[in-house]
Write a protein that binds this ligand. Structure first.
Ligand code: FES
Ligand SMILES: [Fe+2]
Length: 356
């Protein structure tokens, strides 16, 4: 696909909150390096990884607090010539061997927006977050817990895996899920959504087990933000107390231009007591395994995919409008080359579908 950037301008997984501390750490994504550290109050920062002076690696720099007009400000100090940068604003505040004149205006680190939720940390690849860190539609993040993620490596670019959720015609062949009717498709400014009702027609033992206990009717409600940050809810069984829902927060991260890493964070409503906590944990581990199997099947098919959306037909629906929408997100006219556009704030509840 033309125009697609190496890294999406979207939220990317940074790491687990408990593993991020005052010691500067590097996070490298598809050749682009980011620096992350906390200040003494625990505020998490993500900045550019190299010093704007002569390019030294800030990972071996020091995080200090310095009094600045009666406030304590966090500074990151470059290990090479000891220039100091304000963590909050990014600009250079002190050049120890040239204190008689103010630091040059170009001496500035880029700071990336950060969000922490439920023990997971994410950052936005861009100077401003174009949308808040997404969550499942109409749900409060405080009501949910997640477990360690499943990971699947794909020999396919980062945008292909979420795009396949809109590719109806492959569901039966690759996943043993046969769509029942034309799915609902919605596209918004920064996210798109598809809701697919399907029958479980696969013959794996897990498919047989689901059919036996929950019947063959199921639904996938899939939302993707920025082309890489997905929220998927699979529902099995009739709506009501016995319906089982598998809620997956899925992030795609490019490894190279042609390969990517899928992380699947299974979420569940916060358990009410220790006993339900234990039983829910076991169910979540099982759902984690099931979700991983789904994406492994996907990875088998997409490995060595020479992806070309140019020869799609109208019946390739709704992946054709989805891919057009995705391309327009990252087209030459978008914010990627015109950074002066104001940030767009939208939430799934306030946004309205666009005409397609
Ligand atoms: S390279 Fe960082 S202060 Fe000179
Ligand atoms: Fe798929």
């Amino acid at each position: 696909m033309s125009h697609m950037p190496r890294l999406p301008e979207s939220w990317l997984f940074l790491g687990r909150s408990k593993e991020l501390n005052e010691r500067p750490q590097l996070r490298e994504i598809c050749g682009k390096k980011f620096l992350t550290f906390r200040d003494l109050d625990g505020t998490l920062f993500v900045t550019s990884a190299h010093c704007p002076h002569m390019g030294a690696g800030l990972v071996s720099g020091e995080v200090i607090s310095r009094a600045c007009s009666r406030n304590l400000r966090t500074q990151i100090v470059c290990p090479f010539h000891k220039w100091e940068f304000d963590a909050q604003e990014g600009h250079c505040t002190r050049i120890p061997y040239a204190e008689q004149s103010p630091p040059p205006a170009w001496a500035k680190l880029t700071r990336f927006p950060v969000a922490e939720r439920g023990g997971l940390a994410f950052f936005f690849n861009g100077p401003q977050a174009l949308f808040p860190l997404p969550f499942f539609n109409d749900e409060d993040p405080n009501d949910f817990v997640s477990i360690r993620e499943a990971q699947v490596h794909q020999d396919a670019p980062w945008y292909l895996v979420p795009a396949n959720a809109f590719d109806l015609a492959h569901f039966a062949n690759v996943h043993g899920r046969t769509p029942e009717s034309r799915p609902r498709y919605e596209q918004y400014e920064r996210h798109a959504r598809v809701i697919i009702d399907y029958r479980i027609t696969g013959e794996t033992w897990a498919d047989r087990a689901i059919r036996r206990f929950k019947g063959d009717r199921a639904q996938l409600d899939f939302t993707v933000w920025g082309g890489n940050f997905c929220l998927a809810v699979s529902s099995f069984g009739e709506p009501g107390p016995h319906q089982v829902k598998n809620r997956m927060l899925i992030t795609l991260e490019p490894l190279t231009e042609r390969s990517s890493l899928t992380r699947i964070f299974v979420h569940s409503p916060r358990p009410k007591n220790a006993w339900s906590s234990l039983s829910e944990r076991i169910k979540m581990e099982f759902r984690r395994w099931l979700s991983q199997q789904f994406f492994l099947a996907e990875a088998r098919e997409t490995s060595n995919f020479h992806f070309s959306p140019r020869r799609m037909i109208d019946e390739d629906w709704p992946n054709r409008p989805y891919l057009l929408w995705l391309q327009s997100l990252y087209s030459a006219e978008s914010h990627l080359v015109t950074p002066k556009l104001p940030p767009i704030h939208e939430s799934p509840t306030s946004a309205r579908p666009m005409e397609i």
